[in-house]
Ligand binder design. Structure first.
Ligand code: GLA
Length: 409
């Protein structure tokens, strides 16, 4: 082959590849199709620790009323939840009435006779923040009007009402591009000038962990939670099924933007208290939003003790904002670790099996030197032990956890 021919061939290849690249550029406009790549885009500076609050869906579904919201706000103040950090009261689906003649959304007057503004004022007067729900499609999952085509108008309405938090769902969205749809609502909220936490609820379908951080503050990673230890049923998942999907996403979480394994079922009756302690502990290990979903006005002692465990909440709310992860998987027995801002580690021993088991962890597995002396505080019993041997073990009940904080000393 002559040199001239080779040169010609190379030039031809270069020309072809630049034509291809140009065609590709035309197809994919990085600014419109990938809003998360826009230079300078940031979310809103909210949720530097995982959001905490209460949402109506898991307990009340479509039966939510303004009385439920008022009673819940009262209870959150009276029962210590507000002091423990549960700050948002969020109405989920089915608060909507029709759009008015100008396209503005109204509340369902039979369930919210005083209107949403009055309800938001009530919640604010309690020192709490107020959240609402909409959907990026034509209809919400409950069949109410969605925000598609009304994004700026709805954001403006929410701002006028005093909304602080928007959960934005993904039903009836057809072929919409998820990143674009959520960026549009994020921009609409920004344009109102009122800060609102944006909860992206598209169930992990379009890998929101890859683009959500510059658009919202949390993104659902899975389908809906079911009040059961494990076992997926159609579109809903048992608690442990969600854990297995959410855990590998740990690198994507951080201050301002969190993986959301869905709202808490603690206190709703489908799991034992031991299982609910595991549920709450795992959510804290995963730096998950702690959005209670039970009847907080009527909860029993064990439920209250779980939702108000200050040590476990402190792990969830740790300012370093690193999501914990599984560091050992022995089938039914697991060890999890989460580095905390003060140099300590939250450590979880998890027994997925049906018989009690002794589970041990050695310090090198959680990033400490082998012989390091430490204080180990059991976050459920509240007792602290000083250890010299560089390892810790405990009997863990079936479907249960032992959660400790290991502090070098
Ligand atoms: C979807 C969401 C749920 C809830 C319902 C309301 O299923 O994932 O969290 O908001 O819609 O209809």
């Amino acid at each position: 082959m002559s040199r001239r021919f080779v040169r010609l061939l190379l030039a031809l290849c270069a020309a072809m590849s630049s034509t291809l690249a140009a065609a590709q550029d035309q197809l994919v406009d990085p600014n419109t199709v990938r809003p998360s790549r826009e230079a300078g885009r940031t979310a809103n500076g909210l949720a530097m620790t995982p959001p905490m609050g209460w949402n109506s869906w898991n307990k009340h579904g479509c039966k939510v009323t303004e009385q439920v919201i008022r009673d819940t706000a009262d209870a959150i103040v009276a029962n210590g939840m507000k002091a423990a950090g549960y700050g948002y009261v969020v109405i989920d689906d089915c608060w909507h009435g029709d759009r008015d003649k100008d396209g503005f959304i109204t509340a369902d007057a039979s369930k919210f006779p005083s209107g949403i503004k009055a309800l938001a004022d009530y919640v604010h007067a309690k020192g709490l923040k107020f959240g609402i729900y909409s959907d990026a499609g034509r209809k919400t999952c409950g069949g109410r009007p969605g925000s598609q085509g009304h994004e700026y108008q709805d954001a403006l309405t929410y701002a006028r009402w005093g909304v602080d938090y928007l959960k934005y769902d993904w039903c009836s969205t057809g072929v919409r591009n998820a990143e674009e749809a959520y960026a549009l609502m994020s921009d609409a909220i920004r344009a109102t000038g009122r800060p609102m936490l944006l909860s992206i609820c598209e169930w992990g379908n379009n890998r929101p962990w890859e683009w959500g951080a510059k658009i919202g503050n949390m993104w659902r990673t899975t389908g809906d939670i079911r009040d059961a230890w494990a076992g997926p049923v159609t579109y809903s998942l048992g608690m442990m099924d969600i854990v297995d999907k959410n855990e590998p996403l740990y690198p994507f979480a951080g201050p301002g933007h969190w993986n959301d394994p869905d709202m808490l079922e603690v206190g709703n009756g489908g799991m034992t208290d031991t299982e609910y302690r595991a549920h709450f502990s795992l959510w804290a290990m995963m730096a998950a939003p702690l959005i209670a979903g039970n009847d907080v006005a009527k909860m029993d002692g064990p439920t209250r003790a779980i939702l108000l465990n200050a040590d476990v909440i402190a792990v969830d709310q740790d300012t370093l904002g690193m999501q914990g992860r599984r560091v050992r998987d022995d089938g039914d027995h697991e060890v999890w670790a989460r580095p905390l801002a003060d140099g300590s580690r939250a450590v979880l021993l998890l027994n997925r099996g049906t018989t009690p088991a002794e589970i041990a962890v050695a310090w090198p597995e959680i990033g400490y030197t082998a012989g390091m002396a430490s204080d180990v505080r059991d976050l459920w019993s509240g007792t602290t032990r000083r250890l010299r041997e560089g390892r810790f073990s405990a009997m863990v009940p079936p479907h249960g956890v032992v959660m400790v904080k290991v502090t070098p000393n």
